[in-house]
Design a protein. Structure first.
Length: 522
């Protein structure tokens, strides 16, 4: 065991009414309305949680769904394990944004080590205010407790809205009037304490520890130590995760893109806030939409039978970004464009969104490099163009490593990945080639096996010098093979008032039996 800690170093973050907060986090409009949460096997749903406004109307725990629906203005929602998991993950993200030493204590509470944070924030009061602010941004109104005792921090967060800071040596005094239930005794032990008439921590702390051990065993001894402010322990450190998911289940299925975009924007906001808290950004968005079961019916009069086609049950959409992004509005615009190009074929009932994170990048251009467009705006522009011309028709051409002239493929364009040319390389490049696309048909006159005259684009020229032919062929085993004879020509063309020379590359397509101009040399 190491030396005992000195100073307040532990913090507890507690979310009251966690089940309700998980629902309100996905639907912020419910925070100002009476809310009832149901759970249980269908159709015998029962009320398991109510907020203060619903309680004021008379809604109580255990009511059936039909009984709860009789109260005017009450919003009813079913419990969602997926939303609760996402809310708990967001609570952990808030803790990890302050310290790597975090304990995943329970669904509604986490503990973290605050050692060293006073150097950054100045005092524990400032630390707790920053934690509350971060949790508010993530959609939680939390209780925060701080103490040099781990259990004391946990209990103080349960007991008071806070922020609550328990000074060293004042633990027993702080606990004295608190209910015994805050110590989280087992059900059997809680019944024993109730029979003994012990209702607060002060009453438990006053019992003789030896007699308590004989009556209720080691659990009673442990709770006795906590009640006296001496039940310290070490944190059980949780391994940081990089799983960022958000869920939303709809009561009424959504058919149009506009209301669906509103819901997607809400989930993207939640994901981006979580990632930003962890100093991360979005690299990939994976969207999964569960569609409403339905049927499309059409009657075939010729066959006199009813044909039934079931809609697909799940729709998938993946958005891969060239660089990490933290802008939720930009991500929403990109997702909208993707869904416009390929939309679900049935109303959407449930949305699951997953973000694959990456480190946020800061782009700094060189002092002597040309200015490049803003990467985020460029990505949005490219997405809009792709939505019109097709995703495979936008990008940067990449030459293929093969003998076929002009063989290329399209790859994703990214301005940040374009390397600047070395001025020495530019200086050493003596000849440039300008390809002509689409290719220009030509007519060539030969004498003695050499081209002597050429006509194309309404012009004619005398061949001054010719080099070639260079014969190449390939892919003869495929339906569209190729076979070409290429020539480099220096051509003298008579203009309106002068003679001028130019160098061209002309090609004879041996399969199509035609000449064309591939391009010109500078």
């Amino acid at each position: 065991m190491g030396s005992p800690r000195t100073g307040m170093t532990f913090c507890a973050i507690f979310v009251p009414d966690f089940l309700l907060r998980a629902v309100e986090r996905s639907e912020p409009a419910l925070r100002n309305k009476p809310l009832v949460l149901l759970d249980g096997p269908a159709p015998t749903f029962r009320v398991i949680a109510v907020n203060a406004m619903a309680c004021a109307l008379g809604v109580t725990l255990g009511l059936t769904k039909a009984a709860a629906a009789e109260f005017s203005g009450v919003e009813i929602r079913l419990r969602s394990k997926e939303q609760e998991a996402a809310a708990h993950a967001a609570l952990l993200d808030a803790a990890w944004s302050f310290s790597p030493r975090v304990e995943n204590t329970a669904q509604d509470i986490v503990l973290l080590d605050l050692a060293g944070l006073t150097t950054l924030f100045g005092s524990y009061e400032n630390v707790t205010l920053q934690i509350k602010s971060r949790c508010t941004a993530l959609g939680f109104d939390v209780h925060v407790g701080v103490s040099e005792n781990v259990e004391m921090a946990r209990i103080s967060a349960y007991a008071r809205p806070g922020p609550t800071i328990v000074p060293a040596g004042e633990e027993a005094r702080f606990l004295e009037s608190l209910a015994i239930g805050l110590l989280s005794p087992s059900r059997e032990l809680a019944e024993v304490f109730n029979q003994w008439g012990i209702v607060n921590c002060g009453g438990l702390a006053a019992l003789p520890v030896l007699s308590l051990s004989e009556c209720v065993g080691q659990e009673g001894v442990r709770l006795h130590a906590i009640a006296n402010g001496k039940g310290n322990r070490s944190l059980i450190i949780a391994e940081p995760t990089h799983l960022f998911e958000e869920f939303l289940e709809l009561d009424d299925a959504v058919e149009e893109l506009e209301p669906l975009s509103f819901l997607l924007g809400r989930l993207l906001d939640q994901l981006c806030v979580r990632l930003s808290a962890r100093a991360l950004a979005v690299r990939t968005i994976q969207l999964q939409l569960e569609l409403q079961p339905g049927f499309e019916k059409a009657f075939d009069a010729s066959k006199e039978q009813l044909r039934t086609k079931q809609f697909p049950e799940t729709f998938y959409c993946t958005l891969v970004l060239p660089r990490p992004v933290q802008d939720a509005k930009l991500l929403l615009k990109l997702l909208r464009l993707r869904l416009q190009a390929s939309s679900p074929k049935a109303p959407v009932q449930k949305i699951q969104m997953r973000a694959e994170p990456d480190r946020a990048l800061a782009i700094q251009c060189g002092l002597f490099l040309a200015a490049v467009p803003d990467p985020d705006k460029l990505e949005l522009t490219l997405a809009r163009i792709a939505n019109v011309v097709g995703e495979n028709n936008v990008g940067s051409p990449e030459l293929l490593d093969c003998h076929k002239p002009d063989a290329f493929r399209m790859q994703r364009f990214s301005a940040s990945e374009q390397a600047a040319l070395d001025p020495k390389e530019i200086e050493d490049s003596k000849i440039g080639f300008r390809a002509i696309r689409p290719r220009v048909p030509a007519r060539v006159e030969f004498q003695g096996g050499q081209p002597v005259h050429i006509w194309f684009q309404g012009k004619s020229g005398k061949v001054v010098h010719a080099s070639g032919p260079w014969r190449c062929s390939g892919e003869w085993w495929q339906e569209r093979g190729w076979q070409e004879d290429a020539w480099d020509l220096e051509v003298r063309v008579a203009g309106e008032d002068r003679l001028w020379s130019a160098a061209y590359c002309i090609v004879f397509d041996s399969l199509e039996k035609e000449w064309f101009v591939r391009g010109s040399y500078d």
